[in-house]
Design a binder for this molecule. Sequence first.
Ligand code: NI
Length: 258
Amino acid sequence: MGMIFETHAHYNDEAFRDDLDSIFARFPEKRIGRVVNIASDLDSIGECLDLAHRYPFMYCALGIHPSDSAPLTDELLEEIRGKLSDPRVVAVGEIGLDYYWDTPDREIQKHWFEEQLEMARQADLPVVIHSREAAQDTMRLMQDHRAEEIGGVVHCYSYSLELAKEFVKMGFFIGIGGVVTFKNARKLKEVAAGIPIDHIVLETDSPYLAPVPFRGKRNSSLYLPYVVDAIAQIKGMDPEEVISRTEENAERLYRLRS
Ligand code: NI
């Protein structure tokens, strides 16, 4: 029987400071298997590595989120690069462009996105891409850097089905989380219906984006069964099959063995 693979969480977030172990203790009951914890800013790099070493079911991705890229320097990027050979590191991320918050300056965001794409290529790791209201520039930079050779996931996917098909053509996975349960998420439901199951991975982005009926509350991987059920319903599939297929996909994405 498959286990739910959580491809994107932030358990280093202070929202989990007091009860991380009690959340993890309930993983078996909700059939949560492996988790990839994702770094975002400079402080989170060390925290994510620590967590991935402390918990045997946890891996991590190391990288700098576009909204946190202002303090990056070549020296700091070298420090991150040096940690990528750690066996618990399975990806570079999250990296990308965020024109919703739109800070720092777009040229700074683009610069560090490009640098980190090349860092992933050199380290032979996939990328976890964060892209918000920046579809065109994200696709253009990915094409410029031949991202199809690097591989990865577009996490918390928020664009059209048409563009999702382009990412899938590049071999990328589409990360789907709690938003798919929202009543007004017509576009994401179309994406879930329209792309093949073998390019979908499950994620929460915890502590953010809890699914219905917990919308607005703190999210955790424990709520992933709601995402499984939503995708199963949209695709007319058995929830068990959604769990096992997306688990296989996550193993392919992060190049892990079952
Ligand atoms: Ni995230």
